[in-house]
Every structure is written in structure tokens, then in C-alpha cells.
Design a protein around this ligand. Sequence first.
Ligand SMILES: [Zn+2]
Length: 96
Amino acid sequence: MVLCINLSPGVKTVTHSDYEIASVKAAGAELRYRGEAKLDAVDARIAEVESTLVFLLHQRREIVNQYDLNKPAVCHHVPDQYEDGVLFCIDCGVRV
Ligand SMILES: [Zn+2]
């Protein structure tokens, strides 16, 4: 860590107090630098995940369109289930 101590004009020596103040400022700057670096890493990861999400949503739309999954499934009713003498489709439960 490099300390930059600004001396008043005409002052040639560094006092203990000057050194302490400079040390505290440098430590604060170091902490801020570390925090900003961590924030940059998280922001980069968020950007990656967002990009992946956009890609997957596009893939999802393609699959829905390719297999017509946005339309209700067509049942070829298999009338095999009786309830009170009425036939119901064994696959979808619709009365047939
Ligand atoms: Zn059916």
C-alpha cells in the first residue's frame, strides 16, 4: 500500500498524526477498491446469466412453435370409462 501524504507548504516533516490520517485514508481507499472489484465480478456474472436467460427463452419459444405446444393437445378419445352408464374418455376424461 502506498501512502500519499500532503504536507502543508513549508512543512518538511511528517507527524505521527499526518501518518495516521494518511493510513486511514489509504485503508478506506483499499477497501473501496476491493468492494468495487467484487461488484464488477458480480455484475459480469449477472450479465452472463442474463445472456443465458435470453438464449434459453428464445430456445423455449422455438420449441413451442416447432411442436405447436401453444395449442391445446388433441385427444383421440378412448371411450372406456363408465360413470352412471355414460362413456368418458379414459385419456382426457371428456364425456364422449
Ligand atoms: Zn380424450
